[in-house]
Design a protein around this ligand. Structure first.
Ligand SMILES: [Ca+2]
Length: 587
């Protein structure tokens, strides 16, 4: 909340409150007196650029995205399950290694009852309920925000610890097309955070909200999901926090992976005063490019009339790992720098994979998947999956004979956002048609969903800090897109050193979209961002851990800020982070 309103406005507000608004002289204090203050703050915040009256976005900036369970039903049950699980792990991994942070206001206690928060008044906002959650004793508030004249309804969930509030607000992100859920509040609230989440205007993980009943684009829903919902959640959540404790959160943090990672960077780009610290894991930025690009493997297989079975895809991935594993100095099943691995699957041609034989046509499909989509004249469209990542996530097949099972989020995006036909048959699309729709996506949704604006000046000047991290075997969002974005931030923000003063990217070898795999999983991100924001201690490295099935740590590795990467020094245990040093990542 700090720095959100000018000091003059603040003085006016506090002055008004002191002179005209009084808490009841006896009994439990009520929250209504805080309401006026928050109305004014809300109005100040709503001035943030972003949306015209018709709901369209014209300011050239970008906001948010998602990856979650989707409603492709029979098309993609397996991938949906993988994705949902991966996202849950990704987000959990942000929490797991961190203990509760130290309280900023020791002894802080509510100044009013939980139930009285229903009296808080905010513009275009209805407080639907406020009650103690019996399972954890926290105060849970559900609110709805609308944007007249639209009849949209963005649901906002806020959790407020009755005891041991640590003085901070934490916003939590969603996954896939899901903006978020109340379920994400439990962990942060237990650690003493006032915490918020939102459905960004629709329930579930389908992208169908983008179309109305007449198959026209529902721009209000698109914009709510893209960026408005998260901002509203932040404004309402911070206001409720101040109402409940009688003081605003001293610091605010946003944490999310995948779509949540995009939501965090969207906040930094579009609403730079909302948060002091952002943890952005495997962010689904570049949405307008990477989401349509994720259909490319199916387009390739469909055009070649060669749907490659999972066994052959896995064989190619294993062969690539075998070929490039040792080049980083440690044979551990991990390609530390897949950007340098040029393994060609031609060496597999003629070999047996189960009862099948790997063919030149199979090799050609896999080459094109790794290369990524290319247009007319082989022009670059987007990055492919890195060697070592699970190719099946994009190139899933099933049935007999084999047919394609496109990635559900990509499929929804094509059907609802691009083609505007829920019954669209993707198999009728040629590579040329794919290129046209990809270009449409870039032009139509770049400023809305792309979240690739490298200008973080306002966020930096606000004092904001952001930690990004991305698995180098991510099977759903190629890390190369995040590297591209970070390099663009460096160029825009005055170079590598100046950028590192407020934004750092950590690449994580050998882990997927859920930060699982042969590599080690990052830990301590929340502690790191708090230290950076509150103590000015920038993260020089982070620790990644690999655990066995009993939870025992069997390997540690350091992670260094891009463009540095950990390199084995040549002696000592390769399972001990102490035996690795920082070296520049080569491309
Ligand atoms: Ca290796």
């Amino acid at each position: 909340m700090k720095n959100k309103v000018s000091s003059a406005t603040m003085q006016l507000v506090w002055g008004a409150r002191a002179s005209r608004l009084q808490f009841p002289a006896s009994g439990r204090k009520h929250c209504w007196a805080r309401t006026i203050l928050h109305c004014l703050i809300q109005h100040a915040n709503r001035g943030t650029p972003g949306r015209d009256a018709d709901g369209s976005n014209r300011d050239g900036r970008a906001p948010h995205l998602p990856l979650n369970r989707t409603a492709l039903g029979h098309h993609t049950p397996i991938k949906n399950a993988i994705l949902a699980a991966a996202l849950s792990v990704a987000i959990t991994s942000v929490r797991a290694a961190d203990g509760p942070p130290k309280p900023l206001y020791p002894g802080a206690a509510p100044v009013c009852s939980c139930e009285s928060l229903t009296n808080v008044s905010l513009p275009n906002t209805t407080i639907d309920s406020a009650a103690i959650d019996p399972s954890d004793g926290s105060c849970r508030v559900t609110a709805s925000v609308t944007h007249p004249p639209s009849g949209d309804r963005v649901k906002i969930f806020t959790g407020l610890p009755v005891k041991n509030w640590n003085g901070r607000f934490r916003g939590n992100g969603g996954g896939g097309f899901s903006g978020g859920s109340a379920g994400s509040l439990r962990g942060p609230v237990t650690q003493g955070y006032a915490s918020g989440a939102t459905d960004t205007g629709h329930e579930g993980g389908s992208g169908s909200f983008a179309l109305d009943a007449n198959r026209r684009l529902n721009w209000q829903s698109i914009v709510d999901n893209a960026y408005l919902g998260i901002h509203e959640m932040t404004v309402v959540g911070q206001a409720l926090t101040e109402s409940f404790y009688g003081k605003p959160p001293r610091y605010s943090y946003f944490v999310g992976g995948s779509t949540g990672g995009r939501q965090g960077l969207m906040e930094a780009q579009r609403y730079p005063d909302d948060y002091d610290g952002i943890v952005s894991a495997c962010p689904a930025i570049n949405w307008h490019r990477f989401v349509p690009a994720s259909l490319w493997p199916q387009v390739v297989m469909n055009a070649a009339k060669n749907f490659v079975p999972k066994s052959k895809l896995d064989a190619a991935t294993a062969a690539a790992v075998a070929a490039c594993d040792a080049s980083d100095g440690v044979t551990d099943g991990v390609i530390d720098n897949p950007l340098r691995c040029g393994y060609d699957p031609k060496s597999l041609v003629g070999t047996k994979v189960g009862d099948d034989t790997f063919t030149e046509a199979d090799a050609d499909v896999i080459r094109k998947i790794w290369e990524g989509p290319r247009g007319t004249g082989r022009t670059f469209m987007w990055h492919g999956l890195e060697r070592g990542a699970d190719v099946f996530a994009y190139a899933a097949t099933g049935g007999s004979p084999l047919t394609g099972r496109p990635f559900s989020i990509s499929m929804d995006y094509f059907k609802y956002y691009l083609v505007q036909d829920p019954k669209w048959d993707w198999t009728t699309m040629t590579p040329a048609g794919f290129e046209l729709l990809w270009k449409q996506s870039v032009e139509q949704y770049g400023a809305v969903l792309g979240t690739d604006d490298p200008d973080l000046t306002r966020f930096r000047d606000h004092g904001g800090k952001v930690i990004l991290y991305h698995g180098l075997a991510d099977q759903l969002i190629p890390a190369a897109g995040t590297i591209d974005y970070y390099k663009r931030v460096q160029q825009r923000m005055g170079g590598a050193k100046k950028t590192a003063q407020f934004a750092r990217l950590f690449l994580v070898p050998g882990v997927d979209h859920g930060f699982r795999g042969a590599g080690a999983t990052p830990t301590g991100q929340m502690d790191a961002i708090i230290r950076w924001v509150e103590e000015g201690r920038a993260p020089e490295k982070m620790l990644a851990e690999r655990k066995d099935s009993n939870g025992k740590v069997t390997r540690t590795r350091p992670l260094f800020p891009y463009p540095q990467i950990a390199k084995y020094k040549g002696s000592g245990s390769t399972d001990d982070a102490g035996n690795f040093v920082s070296r520049p990542l080569a491309r």
